[in-house]
Write a protein that binds this ligand. Structure first.
Ligand code: SAM
Length: 218
């Protein structure tokens, strides 16, 4: 188990915190939690403000392949894959790799990258429809915090079940009260969040033996 920043080469996204804070209404939060068109391709107030492929995941895919020493015919799953950008890029940087994704959003899957059609499954991260130890690595980026705590434990346990010791989970966190305040003024979908120590306790409860890192607003 190790803390490792596999998203170090991801460009920082532009955030207008004040505008988002004003938009944090119960209605907007409910809309964003539907993970539909508004969340991915609607206004920034309720989500991404346009979730389009631009190649930014290629360096991340390279780092994931290197970290897990993935090779052709290995199987990797991206839990919370959205439109499958990372799945696409994993296969691009490691030709022959069998990459798959799972997401709860039918909208994202229906608007996925053409190259990953047939590789993305509709489902929920807390009940992964795959056999034990069926993947060489399971990645989950910015998804597990969208559950209440008890369900987050289940989701982490599922990742461990599919790829014992070969998981990578990135989730929302904060190291200082100031970072926590900033996070709270931005968040729409996350239902559970905590300082790293709280997440590490959750990982322990789930029996997680993979790797992790934090998404921290600064
Ligand atoms: C912040 S986005 C992250 C997308 C992608 N992993 C990335 O980093 O760009 C969160 C994703 O989690 C998905 N999601 C939310 N709840 C989920 C659940 N219970 N099971 C699977 N996916 C879920 C959403 O549809 C969305 O695609």
């Amino acid at each position: 188990m190790a803390e490792v920043n596999l998203l170090a080469r991801l460009p920082k996204s532009q955030r207008n915190i004040q505008k988002r804070t004003e938009a944090q209404t119960p209605e907007n939060i409910a809309i964003s939690r539907q993970y539909g068109e508004a969340y991915f391709d609607g206004p920034r107030e309720v989500g991404y403000g346009g979730y389009r492929y631009d190649g930014r995941w290629i360096p991340i895919a390279e780092d994931i392949v290197r970290h897990f020493k993935l090779k052709p015919d290995d199987r990797v799953l991206d839990v919370g894959c959205a439109k499958g950008f990372l799945v696409r890029d994993l296969m691009q940087v490691c030709p022959g790799l069998e990459a798959f994704g799972l997401d709860i959003s039918e909208y994202a899957l229906m608007h996925c990258e053409p190259k990953v059609v047939g590789r993305l499954h509709l489902g929920s991260a807390d009940k992964l429809p795959f056999p034990d130890k069926s993947f060489n690595a399971v990645i989950s980026l910015n998804t597990v915090h969208n559950f209440e705590r008890a369900d987050a434990v289940r989701a982490v346990r599922e990742i461990e079940r599919l790829a014992p010791g070969r998981g990578f989970i990135q989730i929302d966190s904060y190291r200082t009260p100031e970072q926590r305040d900033l996070f709270l003024s931005w968040v729409l979908t996350a239902k559970f969040h905590d300082y790293p120590a709280g997440w590490l306790k959750l990982f322990k409860e789930a029996g997680y033996t993979g790797d992790w890192y934090w998404t921290i607003l600064e």
